[in-house]
Design a protein around this ligand. Structure first.
Ligand SMILES: [Zn+2]
Ligand SMILES: [Zn+2]
Length: 138
């Protein structure tokens, strides 16, 4: 973990949604599933697990939800203007938010320790040594 100073501010691409992350995430995970490839327009997405009270958010967001391969519902919150995804959550566990941390001002804290859904990973991406790896959700 880096020695970052909290709170760290974050914002969507247009600035319509602003937030503060008050303390370090509980865990940071890289997900290689096909849905996350679509979402991130990249090879994987990054998720920071944070308690709901660790995030102070201002601005108007819309939401959308879908079922996931693990059988849970994934609900997403995003900026109504630019569409930038801010966080996901499971409506059955609304106190645990899955922040999309690339919206933070200081992205040096984004250091995944686990990679999930590696069964769907792009062949050209090599997982760094020392990571916890799961073929599926966990
Ligand atoms: Zn925006
Ligand atoms: Zn995923």
């Amino acid at each position: 973990m880096s020695d970052a100073k909290y709170p760290i501010r974050g914002a969507c691409q247009c600035g319509g949604v602003q937030y503060q992350l008050l303390s370090a995430p509980k865990m940071i995970v890289a997900c290689h599933c096909k849905e996350c490839q679509k979402l991130s327009t990249s090879a994987f997405s990054i998720t920071a697990m944070v308690d709901k009270e660790q995030l102070l958010i201002e601005g108007e967001m819309a939401d959308w939800r879908r079922g996931s391969d693990s059988g849970n519902v994934s609900a997403a919150k995003f900026c109504v203007t630019c569409g930038n995804r801010i966080y996901h959550f499971d409506p059955a566990k609304p106190d645990l938010l899955k922040l999309k941390p690339s919206t933070l001002e200081d992205t040096s804290i984004i250091q995944p320790t686990a990679h999930i859904w590696v069964s769907e990973k792009q062949d050209w991406y090599e997982i760094p040594a020392g990571m916890t790896v799961f073929q599926g959700q966990s």
